[in-house]
Design a binder for this molecule. Sequence first.
Ligand code: SF4
Length: 379
Amino acid sequence: MKPLSYSQISLYQSCPLHYKLQYIDGLKPKDKWYFSFGRTMHMCAEYFFKVRVPPPPSLEELLRFYEQNWLSEGYESTEEEARYRAYGREILAEFWEIHQAGFKMPIAVERLFHIDIEGVKLTGYIDRVDKLDSGRLSIVDYKTDKELFTTEDLEKDLQLTLYQLAAEQTWQLPVERLTLYHFRSNTPRSCGPRNEAQLDETRRLVLEVAEGITQQKFPPIENQYCPCDFPEHCPYYRQQYMAPDLLQQGILDGVAVAEAVEHYVSLQGQIKELQSQFEEVKQRLIDFCQAEGLNRAYGREHAITYKLVEKTGFSEDEVRALLEPEGLWHLVLSLDQSRLRQLITDEAAAKDIRDKLAALKRVVASYPQLWVRRIMEEE
Ligand code: SF4
């Protein structure tokens, strides 16, 4: 298997089919302005920090590099591109101002790494690694996201965790600080290093992703970014790309699929409406029988009988007190799936037991189901 990168792991996590289409089948994603903008800003940070000896480049040099290396792909119009180009210049001027004062050479900039996690190869580039006065490492990852990160984003960021693993293996020094640098506001947000349990969890995640890929598990998983660039290959969206004559074929007494969908939704609505009317009439009849002390109410052609039905059952404590001393209690026990699911998320239970339980999860049954979604409103 080829080495995995953070982008691949994260894509597989969000949708394994998307991962397969892009990284195994080799389909090319469309150009996006935000990738171009992000890459341009990353190159500028690299240019600024990757000097052989201080001082860093002057502001004029940095802006010249920016103009020469500007990536135009993916912008929707020349106006949009010009707006971002000017915006990038402003960000860089501020970036230069902040970082030229007290400039210190990092020990690595855009550093390629290769590490091994129990036989799984991992590769990537770390934006910047500094050596702190304590002799430990500080890792910086630049982001051009719109929003500033929350503390939770910082603490859960998978990329930083992978970089910590990579840096500690590469330099054989402990990491002391992890930073996400918000380029748009020139704001660094830092936290301490991941602990051993968090690193173990990430190693496990890498192994799980690698195993999924090896076993060719590529189910589509809908997520906030759907549809991706390959909807014509995705079972959630492919129907929209089918040949019109195929779609015209009747699937239900000559009814084409589009009408069948609307018919289904309309029937579902009628069932709901009828169910609510049914419940109301039922309750009125019960109220009437109870108020009048009747067990039967008559219509013109039918009669309904009212009875208070009692449901019998056993008290768990009493049954247990009786059966346990006889060694029979286990015969009436069975696994409660919903309690088991609660236990897996219950922090009062030992974490390794919860993890082992979670790893035992299997598909035990599958059945077809339909969900309805209003596409007109979404559009
Ligand atoms: S459209 Fe969504 S579900 Fe389908 S392959 Fe793309 S990311 Fe996955």
